[in-house]
Design a protein around this ligand. Sequence first.
Ligand SMILES: [Mg+2]
Length: 167
Amino acid sequence: MSFSLIPHSVYQTYLQITPQILRSLGVRLLLSDLDFTLAPKSVRAPDKAILAWIRELRDAGITVMILSNNRSPARVEAFCACLGISYVGHAGKPSPRGFREAMEKAGVTPEETAMLGDKLLTDVLGANRSGVLALMVEPAGGAVTFWQKVLHALQVPFKKAAGKERS
Ligand SMILES: [Mg+2]
């Protein structure tokens, strides 16, 4: 178990994460955060870009599952129903509990799993604690509120360290 806050790699948007990249990393299960990772919190339904991205990954044999701490199951449920994918809600990230549940559901090992998210203290820390590859994205829709901007600034040095930890 690693308590590292350093992601494996950082992307501008989830759209940059291609089946080729995931395959090269040996990933068969991609866990994804929802809010500010795939869409800003105000967006209620997935757009065409997300649908196409999920389809492309699925066609490449990669399972996508949402791992969300969202307290409103209705939002996660509706979003995932539109995408035709399953989810683990109330995941309690950074606890490894939700990660384990998702990997068990998909029948994969931590070495075959990656977590995509926008937050260090939940998504990245949870992934590292679970032995899962931590992929990070800049917040969808950008940092808007004061606290989002503060959080964003605090995350910068850790994002800069991405990839330097591993060979
Ligand atoms: Mg998020």
